[in-house]
Design a protein around this ligand. Structure first.
Ligand SMILES: C[S@@+](CC[C@H](N)C(=O)[O-])C[C@H]1O[C@@H](n2cnc3c(N)ncnc32)[C@H](O)[C@@H]1O
Length: 233
C-alpha cells in the first residue's frame, strides 16, 4: 500500500488511518460548506443520474448524495487506500448499494466512464499540477453535466499566510502553525491556488459562482477565499 500520494503533500494514507474525530472534522470541509449547497444545486438543475466526488475523504458528500438519491450512481475517488477501505466497509454495513469507492491520484484521473456531476472539494489545494488535474476532471464530465469545484484562491493564500505570521489571530485556540504550514505548503507557496482566470485558461470555459442559484449569507466568509464554483459542459 503506498504511503504517500505526492511527496510534497500530506501522507493522507496515514492521516486517515490514524485520524481521531477532531482530525476528521478538520479534513472534511465539505461537511461544513457543501452539503446544503449541493442540495440547492440539484434543486435548480435536477438530481444527476451519476455523481463522483474526487478526493472524497470519508465520503461526507458521496454518502450524503447516495443516501438522499438512491437512483443516483455515486463513485468516490481518493488517493488514500485507507479511507477507501473504510468507505467500502461503511457502504457494506449500511447497505448503501449505489456508492462505490476507487483509487485515483490527481492530476491523473481517467475513469472508464463520464459523470453528470464531477465534484472536487478541498483537494486541489494538495495538487501542484492544477491545470492537468482540472482538464482530467472536466474530461470526466458528461456532455450537459458540470464540474463543481471548491478551491483556495490568492485571498485564501493571504489569509493562511496571515495566520502563520500571527498565529494568535487564528479563531481556533488549538491552531498549530507548524502542522498548518506543512499541510497547506502548496497553497502558502502559491503552487496550488486557483482563480476564475486559471480555471478558464485550463478548461476554455469560465467557471460560474454558486451565488447564481443559492443564497447562504452565513457562509459567504468562506466563499471569498475558498470559492465554490460550477463549470458547465
Ligand atoms: C481535506 S480532504 C477533503 C475531503 C472531502 N473532499 C471533503 O471536503 O470533505 C482532502 C482529500 O483529498 C485526498 N487527496 C489528496 N491528494 C490527492 C490527490 N492527488 N488525488 C486524489 N485525492 C487526493 C486526501 O486523501 C483527502 O481525502
Amino acid at each position: 500500500m503506498p504511503d504517500q500520494t505526492h511527496p510534497e503533500t500530506v501522507d493522507w494514507n496515514r492521516y486517515w488511518s490514524e485520524a481521531d474525530a477532531e482530525a476528521r472534522a478538520s479534513a472534511t470541509p465539505s461537511a461544513h460548506h457543501m452539503r446544503d449547497l449541493l442540495a440547492d444545486l440539484f434543486e435548480a438543475k435536477g438530481v444527476p443520474d451519476s455523481f463522483t466526488s474526487v478526493g472524497c475523504g470519508p465520503g461526507v458528500v458521496a454518502f450524503d448524495v447516495a443516501e438522499r438519491h438512491p437512483d443516483t450512481t455515486v463513485v468516490g475517488y481518493d488517493a488514500a487506500e485507507s479511507i477507501l477501505a473504510e468507505n467500502r466497509e461503511r457502504a457494506r454495513e449500511e447497505n448503501v448499494e449505489n456508492a462505490e469507492f476507487e483509487r485515483a491520484v490527481l492530476p491523473e484521473f481517467d475513469p472508464d466512464r463520464q459523470f453528470d456531476v464531477v465534484f472536487c472539494y478541498g483537494t486541489l489545494c494538495y495538487v501542484a499540477e492544477s491545470a492537468p488535474a482540472l482538464r482530467n476532471l472536466y474530461g470526466a464530465v458528461a456532455p450537459g453535466g458540470y464540474l463543481v469545484l471548491g478551491y483556495v484562491n490568492d485571498q485564501g493564500r493571504a489569509t493562511y499566510q496571515g495566520w502563520l505570521d500571527a498565529p494568535d489571530d487564528h479563531p481556533d485556540e488549538s491552531f498549530d502553525p507548524e502542522r498548518f504550514e506543512e499541510r497547506f505548503r502548496l497553497v502558502v507557496e502559491g503552487e496550488s491556488t486557483l482563480s476564475y482566470r486559471s480555471i478558464h485558461d485550463a478548461l476554455g470555459t469560465w467557471p460560474r459562482s454558486f451565488w447564481e442559484f443559492t443564497d447562504r449569507p452565513d457562509e459567504r466568509w468562506a466563499w471569498d477565499h475558498v470559492p465554490s464554483v460550477w463549470v458547465p459542459k
